[in-house]
Design a protein around this ligand. Structure first.
Ligand SMILES: O=C(O)CCC(=O)C(=O)O
Length: 346
């Protein structure tokens, strides 16, 4: 399979006016693309704030941090080029000094593991938590989960993905199912959205259509991996991906097998994945627990009182413990199995 030449997602935007058709389409495919769902001004505050932090860390060019203000942000954002200055700040981000290139080598696309301090700062950005509740995102979730009260997971993920060729860069996110690590409701939805235009060469998300119908898959545990790579050997013809623009959103089922394509540019990819589910269904404790390393009060300190981002703290949720027996029962190993999980070793 050449993952860089996949059939595109079907654009389901117009189906938002035809909820039955949309529901049928989503039930079959387990993934839908919504083009131009979010206006530029919905993304600009988060993108700008991220670029400031990334420039401070020496990851992107400081000039990129001077983004237009949200009100003035009318043009489409570009990917952020890697910094031309010597990478500074936290040495954990770096595996080698660039000899003569202007690319700052990064050690991984998995910011949370590689640089907890930077991830902590990114995660505490108020615009991130405000974005989760954007009416257009909530509208899509309501269309896909009709009749349900919604619980938007308060723990989105922020991705800062360097070029795959950068020295020490991690391989693209391998095929996996979010449900295995996320647990809780089996009807959770995931939304993946780039904060910059994300053509195929910048490594957008790819989803194996229909894979959610086949249930949980055996996976391969990898030390320190952020996701649990699963057996995708039967899914070669099911993969879909599309070049995306900032404002486009791919929504998929928590059991849909998905992966990222390789970032073949000289730029970092900035994206967010966020999740929601029917409020009445179980919520895994990991989704809501107060992390002592980053308490909710700290995360929400910059938000105005009454922000929709904090409303979940008063919701009567059915919180369930993480069930490690599920992981134990789906775990496999062996060379042949590893091969079917995809190339996750680079
Ligand atoms: O943005 C990516 O690289 C993929 C993220 C993803 O699929 C995940 O973390 O579950």
């Amino acid at each position: 399979m050449n993952v860089e030449q996949l059939p595109p997602f079907e654009d389901a935007t117009t189906m938002l006016d035809r909820p039955h058709e949309l529901a049928e389409r989503f039930a079959a495919a387990g993934a839908c693309l919504f083009r131009h769902l979010l206006p530029a001004e919905a993304l600009a505050p988060l993108r700008s704030a991220m670029l400031v932090l990334l420039a401070e860390a020496g990851i992107v060019s400081p000039s990129k941090a001077g983004e237009p203000t949200p009100a003035a942000a009318t043009s489409r954002p570009e990917p952020a080029p890697l910094s031309a200055r010597p990478p500074a700040a936290d040495p954990r981000l770096l595996v080698a000094q660039p000899a003569s290139s202007d690319a700052a080598p990064l050690s991984a696309s998995q910011t949370r593991e590689v640089d907890p301090l930077l991830y902590r700062a990114l995660f505490a950005l108020s615009p991130l938590h405000e974005l989760l509740h954007h009416p257009r995102l909530v509208g899509v979730a309501r269309a896909l989960l009709p009749g349900e009260d919604l619980f938007v997971h308060p723990r989105p993920a922020v991705r800062v993905v360097p070029p795959a060729g950068a020295s020490g860069a991690a391989v693209p996110t391998p095929p996996h199912q979010d449900h295995l690590g996320m647990q809780g409701s089996e009807n959770a939805l995931v939304a993946w959205l780039p904060l910059v235009d994300c053509p195929l060469e910048l490594g957008p998300i790819a989803v194996a259509e229909g894979s959610q119908l086949l249930g949980r898959r055996p996976y391969r545990p990898l030390p320190r991996a952020r996701v649990l790579p699963c057996d995708a050997g039967d899914l070669d013809s099911a993969w879909r991906s599309s070049g995306l623009e900032a404002g486009d959103v791919v929504v998929f089922h928590a059991l849909s097998v998905h992966r990222a394509l390789s970032n073949r540019t000289g730029c970092v990819r900035l994206s967010v994945d966020l999740r929601c589910q029917p409020a009445a269904e179980p919520v895994c404790e990991l989704t809501v627990r107060d992390d002592p390393a980053q308490p909710w009060d700290e995360v929400y300190a910059g938000l105005p009182a009454g922000s929709p981002a904090t409303a979940w703290r008063a919701m009567p949720l059915r919180i369930v413990p993480f069930d490690s027996s599920v992981l134990a029962s789906e775990q496999r190993s062996g060379d042949e199995f590893d091969r079917r999980c995809g190339d996750v070793t680079g």
